[in-house]
Design a protein around this ligand. Structure first.
Ligand code: HPA
Length: 279
């Protein structure tokens, strides 16, 4: 499929007819981190299925709706339910949500996800601020014809996880009871969890955590010059670290346990994000 600017604008036009204001910050909620959405005041909820040229969520723990509203006095759009390559979407399709946020005028992107801890000093329930990523499998979401209105064909990703936003997140995590780490997220396509051998490779390559999402959204934001913050919930130790099988239940349990504290931290970040990003 050859995506054009008009393709993305069609989704944005549909939203603008419903939401009469510009979101300042976009938030993507990872697996089972939906509770943050309950904190959004004066919500306007739009089902993914109603948005032209958008995608639909197919995974348990991903609700499938955009929620527009106010958090700590800031206008936000929150994506409750994200899209992954393992659902059958092409990498090129995974630019869609972030491009929509960009067209709607959002000036910063906050990503959250559930991930497996590769770094053996980490513990389930820890939060890792993503400082960089490794993506050796799958395609780039920016593959295909470049749309210059979003960004240049070739673009720098040296500091795509904005250092100033990470510094702000560290301050905001104080007093929330969260254990904060900072490290490298490695992308695997899934849907199978990784093999123990793959996790050993990931560790040798410098990964601290592994997951099946996030990098496509972060790359799309980097392409259009949008600052990115990513908070990864370590829902489990990665394959082979402990002598036990990985289950979706474990991911659910840990994500649910930290979701409330993470929501408090996110709210504080959104309250102060104007100190770091021009909104
Ligand atoms: N691997 C990949 N993705 C994940 C994991 C994992 O161990 N845990 C939660 N998402």
């Amino acid at each position: 499929m050859d995506y054009t600017l008009e393709y993305f604008q069609k989704s944005a036009d549909y939203i603008r007819a419903i939401v009469p204001w510009r979101p300042e910050v976009a938030v993507v909620l990872g697996s089972f981190l939906g509770p943050f959405a309950d904190a959004i005041e004066d919500p306007i909820v739009i089902e993914y299925g109603d948005i032209p040229n958008f995608l639909v969520s197919t995974v348990q723990g991903h609700a499938g709706k955009l929620i527009f509203g106010t958090v700590a006095g800031r206008r936000v759009v929150c994506m409750s339910g994200r899209f992954h390559s393992y659902e059958g979407y092409d990498f090129e399709q995974l630019v869609i949500p972030v491009r929509l946020f960009r067209l709607l005028g959002a000036k910063a992107l906050i990503l959250t996800n559930a991930a497996g801890a590769v770094n053996t000093e980490y513990r389930p329930g820890d939060i890792m601020l993503v400082s960089d990523h490794i993506k050796l499998t799958g395609n780039s979401p920016l593959r295909g014809r470049n749309i210059d209105a979003f960004g240049p064909r070739f673009f720098d990703v040296s500091h795509m996880y904005t250092p100033e936003l990470r510094a702000l997140a560290r301050e905001c995590a104080e007093g929330t009871g969260l254990t904060l780490r900072e490290g490298v997220y490695m992308f695997f396509t899934g849907p199978q969890f990784e093999t123990p051998a793959e996790i050993r490779v990931a560790r040798i390559l410098g990964a601290d955590a592994v997951g099946m999402s996030t990098v496509t959204e972060a790359l799309t934001a980097a392409h259009c010059g949008m600052p990115v913050l990513c908070l990864s919930v370590m829902t489990n130790m990665a394959a082979g670290v402990l002598d036990q099988p990985l289950t979706q239940e474990e991911v659910l349990e840990t994500a649910t346990t930290v979701a409330a504290r993470l929501s408090v931290c996110l709210k504080k970040i959104i309250e102060r994000i104007g100190e770091v990003v021009a909104l």
